[in-house]
Design a protein around this ligand. Structure first.
Ligand code: MN
Length: 500
């Protein structure tokens, strides 16, 4: 079966002990194999689930955890205790396990067989208490993990397994990932700054800077034939404004934009980078601020953050990875401006240029307009609207002693008005639980103006991801009240101070 995350796989691990005898253990193994196969065959599950032999001793458990750590295709473990597996056997394995863990609290049979249930049945089907023993140990060890409860054949359980897999795939993608910054942060800005050393320790990715001149060199060396090919691609994919078309008054500007795109892509590919930042304050030698280039590179899966915002670049990459194969898109975003009409409050989200066409609701137009900032030639950009529907904004913040992932669920609104004088890609949304509470909560939580906007991820994906990263997630959703949120922020502040 064609899985979105191939060749990544998740190992299906069942704990037991020798107490039950070979017959029962053989039965445990058959059941585990059946569940792993069913998960692999489920269309809603986006990675292969690989059955591993039943673990019966501390040595077997520790050895499996060591193997998982060293296997680059294994992105996580699903653990299930069909029978009782005394949890002290798990201590040494769990201590060294570096891969994300999903505790599947299920039971092989869905129903109690009322007429035939006997002690043999009870000896085999013990997850109701076996999984509690296992859960106790992970809680005692303060291990973050995903817990999924329910019958393994239910759609809900299989969906939650996939949520875990998607988060684990993004987590694996971050390990050893490289992000490049062209230039430093926008001067004096705080929220886009952060501790890159701490980020590498916590998240596994590195962030390093190149002077923009290094990039300009690559751009200037781009092959003109490749520019021709890319222009044809633009003409095919977008409604390219007449003045930008070959022979048009601004045809050269489109060639400049195409050259910038090819140059950045070559630079990223040569350096094995998964995303980048730039800043309009540092564009020496570039003809335009990259607009269409950044938009299209995001659509190809690269992370991006404007104004040197590397935390958002990495987050955009992670969320794009998590969403692989799902309908809808994920984009770098900024809270742009507000509509405070009573009863119809909303946010207009956009950026100067860099919104990813993966969230476009129709064929984008390709346009050129002055920017009024950055002091460069007019940049070419893709312009489009975004469809209505549930979505969310996520922001990664450096709190000094920890990272905070802040998430706000929103409802995107079908645009009612043309914006003839604002030629940028844009999206309208209503924040949960309402504009006033949602925005005040975001301010209290210290969230950035830059976010990753997602049409296809849920708060569960981001919670699982935050758990794997071992960071705080603060959620602003339909249930948020300011009073409760402010207390939560104060309490978790104390909690993190005790831990550090
Ligand atoms: Mn910005």
């Amino acid at each position: 079966m064609n899985k979105a995350f191939h060749p990544f796989e998740v190992w299906f691990v069942t704990g037991s002990q020798h107490l039950y005898g070979p017959e029962t253990l053989a039965q445990v193994a058959r059941h585990s194999q059946e569940i792993a196969t069913a998960f692999t065959n489920a269309a809603s599950i986006s990675a292969a689930i690989v059955y591993k032999p039943v673990l019966k001793t501390p040595e077997e458990i520790t050895s499996l955890c060591r193997q998982a750590n060293n296997d680059s295709n294994c992105i996580g473990i699903i653990a299930w205790m069909h029978t009782f597996s005394p949890a002290k056997m798990w201590i040494n394995g769990l201590k060294i396990l570096q891969k994300p863990l999903c505790h599947l609290h299920t039971q092989f049979n869905r129903d109690i067989p009322w007429g035939s249930i006997d002690m043999d049945f009870m000896n085999l089907n013990q997850s109701a208490h076996g999984d509690r023993e296992f859960g106790h140990m992970m809680t005692r060890m303060r291990l973050e993990r995903t817990v999924v409860t329910g019958h393994w054949q239910s759609k809900m359980v299989q969906h939650q397994i996939d949520v875990f897999i998607r988060a684990a795939a993004a987590w694996q993608d971050w390990q050893g990932a490289r992000f490049v910054r062209f230039g430093d942060n926008m001067r004096y800005v705080s929220v886009t700054e952060g501790d890159k050393v701490e980020a590498e320790l916590q998240f596994g990715y590195s962030v390093n800077t190149h002077g923009v001149g290094d990039l300009v060199q690559t751009i200037n060396a781009v092959d003109e034939g490749a520019v021709d090919t890319l222009i044809n691609e633009y003409l095919e994919l977008y409604e390219v404004h007449e003045q930008l078309q070959p022979g048009g008054a601004k045809a050269d500007a489109l060639r400049d934009a195409a050259r910038i795109e090819l140059g950045i892509e070559q630079f990223l590919s040569a350096g094995n980078y998964k995303g980048y930042t730039n800043t309009f304050e540092d564009l020496h030698g570039m003809l335009q601020l990259p607009g269409i280039a950044t938009q299209r590179l995001m659509a190809k899966g690269y992370g991006f953050g404007a104004e040197g915002d590397w935390k958002t670049a990495a987050l955009v990459r992670a969320m794009k990875t998590m969403a692989k194969g799902l309908d809808g898109g994920n984009s770098f975003m900024e809270d742009y401006t507000y509509h405070f009409e009573e009863g119809n409050e909303m946010v207009l989200g956009s950026h100067m240029l860099e919104i990813c066409p993966s969230i476009a609701h129709a064929k984008p137009t390709c346009e050129i307009h002055p920017l009024g900032i950055g002091g460069k030639a007019d940049p070419v950009r893709l312009v489009f609207n975004v469809a209505g529907g549930p979505a969310l904004n996520a922001s990664m913040v450096d709190m000094g002693n920890r990272f905070r992932l802040l998430v706000n669920t929103v409802e995107a609104i079908e645009p009612q008005h043309d914006l003839p004088l604002l030629p940028v890609a844009r999206v309208l949304w209503k924040t949960d639980p309402d504009m006033y509470t949602g925005c005040s909560a975001w301010i209290f939580a210290g969230g950035a103006h830059h976010t990753c906007y997602s049409q296809n991820l849920t708060t569960s994906h981001l919670q699982a991801f935050a758990d794997m990263a071992g960071i705080e997630m603060v959620l602003i959703d339909k249930n948020t009240t300011i009073n409760q949120l402010r207390k939560e922020l104060k309490w978790s502040d104390v909690s993190y101070k005790l831990q550090s």
